[in-house]
Design a protein around this ligand. Structure first.
Ligand code: PLP
Length: 412
């Protein structure tokens, strides 16, 4: 197997991270374990719920001289093609639940009442709204359709038309915004206040914490599934996780910490160099804004502002912050498609392979590998956070159609 040449751009060792300690109260207060349990109970009741696959990449582990590499494959999640299906849609359910309880003054209304669409006329009058680079908006639109409310999605000018169509297919209205992702966040916020719509954002900011916290609680379904699927209660030594605003990485960090306590794996956050807001924040010791000039190919990771909730967890729990360029993205998507990671071909989208790129780049850099403690005993867990969320772009980039990687009907 030929691995693409991956190099790490910037690397920061977070000396503020707590090592060898059980999960501190300050992290439990940001994302409460009970909140994650509620999310898992609710999402597992959705009609089409099933855990996604956890692949073991033996060839890759051998090539990198590691004990094992596991890859949680979110390409099949609810037919939406990314882990984001777990967050936005769940938060929509919670928002509608809360709004209905307030409107009817009836505390007995349950989340299941929303799931079963027991108040269709009232819910039909409610509108949820968010900004997105694709995946989160798709989840919110899907949730809105599923539970029966209205939905408006804000997309910046660089989001591909296919990603717009995917959102519209769930009945949402799309508003295009000039500028980048952060501009679309601000526009959505502004319009929601004008129209009394409910914002369901995946990123948190001062005064807006509750709903993104539900989004993150939804993401922990993925982490908990992965931890349950690891054989013989294996505890990973390292987790390389991609960062956009940090909601995902924060949720993963907290959930690992809840389960493994003092054996918490060494968590490494990997971001695209032009949008390294988590890296910059770790360097400065407090949240920093990065003004994005060049959009990364890893569209889902192209965020210039950290989610405060994610940051509050990561500053205590993430040991390293790395950046990568776009150069390895397509070769790694192709490598996954060829099945070189293991026996199984995997459809990995542009934002899915950043953790893998961070791992390979670290192995290629002996000093960094030593600092991070990678060796032949290392057990790595990666999260392949999306599949071909834009199939035409996937084909253009990899030269392969999704159906050639995974022939229809071959995955049960
Ligand atoms: C496929 C994919 N992976 C990772 C992320 C990063 O998540 P977060 O922005 O919560 O850090 C995103 C965000 O949109 C995404 O779409």
């Amino acid at each position: 197997m030929n691995l693409p040449d991956v190099s790490i751009g910037l690397a920061h060792h977070n000396r503020a991270a707590l090592v060898g300690q059980s999960c501190p109260d300050k992290v439990r207060q940001v994302l409460e374990p009970d909140r994650c349990i509620d999310a898992r109970e609710t999402i597992s009741q959705w009609a089409d719920y099933e855990p996604t696959a956890l692949h073991r990449f033996d060839d890759l582990a051998a090539k990198l001289e590691l004990d094992s590499v596991y890859y949680k494959d979110e390409s099949t999640r609810f037919g939406l093609g990314s882990f984001k299906a777990l967050g936005g849609a769940y938060a929509v359910q919670r928002v509608l639940h809360q709004a209905l309880k307030t409107q009817l003054g009836d505390a007995a209304i349950s989340l299941d009442d929303i799931n079963q669409q027991r108040y269709p006329d009232l819910v039909d009058n409610m509108t949820v709204v968010t900004a997105t680079d694709g995946n989160h908006g798709r989840s919110v639109a899907w949730g809105a359709q599923r539970f029966g409310c209205q939905c408006v999605i804000y997309m910046h000018e660089n989001v591909s038309p296919a990603r717009q169509q995917a959102v519209e297919a769930y009945g949402a209205r799309v508003e295009r915004v000039a500028g980048n992702y952060d501009d679309s966040v601000h526009q959505a916020d502004h319009d929601a206040h004008q129209n009394a719509w409910q914002i369901v954002s995946d990123t948190s900011y001062p005064g807006y914490m509750e709903i993104p916290c539900d989004v993150m609680a939804g993401y922990t379904v993925m982490t908990t599934e992965a931890m349950d699927q690891l054989p013989n209660n294996l505890i990973p030594t390292h987790v390389f996780i991609q960062g956009g605003c940090g909601g995902l990485a924060g949720a993963v960090c907290a959930d690992l910490w809840f389960r493994y306590g003092a054996d918490m794996p060494h968590l490494v956050v990997v971001e695209p160099q032009p949008a390294a807001c988590l890296y910059q924040s770790a360097l400065a010791g407090n949240p920093q804004v990065v003004h994005i000039v060049d959009e990364s190919l890893m569209a889902g990771l192209s965020c210039g502002e950290v989610s405060l909730l994610g940051w509050d967890i990561l500053k205590a729990g993430a040991r390293h912050f790395l950046t990568i360029s776009d150069a390895p993205v397509v070769p790694l998507m192709q490598l996954m498609a060829s099945g070189a990671g293991g026996k199984t071909p995997v459809v990995a989208g542009e934002s899915a392979i950043a953790g893998l790129a961070g791992l390979i780049g670290t192995v290629n850099n002996p000093q960094l590998a030593r600092e991070i403690g990678l060796d032949t005993k290392s057990r790595i867990l990666l999260f392949g956070t999306e599949g071909a969320t834009d199939p035409a772009l996937y084909r253009e980039l990899t030269g392969t159609r999704v159906e050639e990687v995974i022939p229809p009907g071959s995955q049960s």
